[in-house]
Design a protein around this ligand. Structure first.
Ligand code: FDA
Length: 307
């Protein structure tokens, strides 16, 4: 994330909201390329992939793709999909928890209905001894997402956690508060286009913030979910844990399906806990474009197939 790559990420995230780009990407070749990052259109396909990952010693977190719903009945339908997904994981005895997006559950339309949807999913997960990770979206939703998770915990639904993004200035304070409240966190760099008013814009600053979040967790012996494909972060976390005699069971590395699969298997082989974020479903476009924005080589692959 130097100046050049920051510019690239921002430009791509800007054009991806445009209808023409959306249409272009909805072609069959776009779908084929997206399939590298998506574990199928159906739950059964995704569970098959999770089974394969299990054989490599890799756990999963299952995500039914979808975000920014335009009608609250759509959110209701996604909620139902999540209830089925939780049952699917239980039936197949898959080593997987669940990830969902608040706007998929209706956060932008009706916060009360969104909370009711998420609460039902988390309760269902608890019945099946499972855990729900509430993904973090862009800054209009940061505080409300944190509030949802706090409210769930206050109701005794402690099998829910969220995500904090190293690129946001506010994260340092959020980490402290949520650690205090014993809320499970996934730590990431951050995937959205955020302004210089709220977020660090250079790679060095984001890296420092990321390492500081990890350190705060490991120092307190709070279970730490480090979600990154970045070798520098992974090596740093391994070395820090070793130097403090923190056992490998006290943290996990998380990576996305389709990315650095050999490294995921290698980490598992070395005895680290590894969890793969496995998305499935037909609403792949926004997820796919965020993956393109993270790495110019992925866009080159798309362009090569276009021309
Ligand atoms: P970075 O992007 O700096 O890349 C380091 C190296 O990793 C690259 O040089 C390349 O080798 C490899 N790599 C990284 N991305 C790649 C890609 N797309 N294609 C191919 N290679 C790639 N964000 C968020 O805002 N909210 C959330 O809830 C989540 N959730 C989440 C879950 C999990 C499991 C992961 C792994 C990530 C997220 N993210 C996220 C995304 C996160 O914020 C961030 O955008 C990406 O992980 C990219 O940053 P990295 O730290 O991976 O490294």
């Amino acid at each position: 994330m130097g100046i050049g790559s920051t510019w690239y990420r921002k430009s791509l995230l800007t054009v991806t909201g445009m209808p023409l780009v959306e249409k272009l990407s909805a072609t069959s070749f776009g779908k084929k390329l997206a399939s590298r990052f998506i574990a199928g259109e159906t739950l059964s396909e995704a569970l098959d992939e999770i089974e394969k990952l299990g054989k490599l010693g890799i756990m999963a977190t299952l995500d039914h793709l979808g975000e920014g719903v335009r009608d609250i009945s759509e959110a209701e339908a996604y909620k139902t999909q999540y209830l089925t997904l939780i049952e699917g994981i239980a039936e197949r005895k898959a080593s997987s928890n669940v990830s969902l997006k608040p706007t998929q559950m209706g956060l932008a339309l009706d916060p009360a209905a969104c909370y009711a949807n998420i609460r039902e999913v988390v309760k269902h997960a608890r019945r099946h001894r499972n855990f729900v990770r509430i993904d973090m979206e862009n800054t209009p939703y940061t505080q409300s997402t944190i509030d949802i998770v706090k409210r769930l915990h206050a109701e005794g639904l402690t099998n829910a956690g969220t995500v904090l993004q190293a690129y946001l200035f506010r994260t340092e304070k959020d980490v402290r508060e949520l650690l205090q409240a014993r809320i499970s966190l996934r730590l990431v760099k951050g995937a959205y286009k955020e302004s210089a008013e709220v977020a660090f814009q250079t790679k060095a600053e984001v890296m420092d913030s990321f390492k500081s979040m990890i350190k705060q967790h490991l120092d307190r012996r709070a279970y730490t979910a480090i979600a990154s494909h970045d070798d520098e972060i992974i090596s740093w976390a391994k070395a820090y844990a070793r130097s403090r005699r923190i056992p490998k069971t006290a943290f996990e590395f998380q990576m996305l399906y389709g990315l650095r699969m050999n490294e995921q298997a290698q980490l598992a082989k070395e005895g680290y806990r590894v969890r793969c974020y496995v998305p499935y479903g037909s609403m792949w476009y926004p997820y796919f474009t965020r993956r393109l924005a993270e790495k110019p080589a992925n866009l080159m692959l798309v362009l090569k197939h276009m021309f």
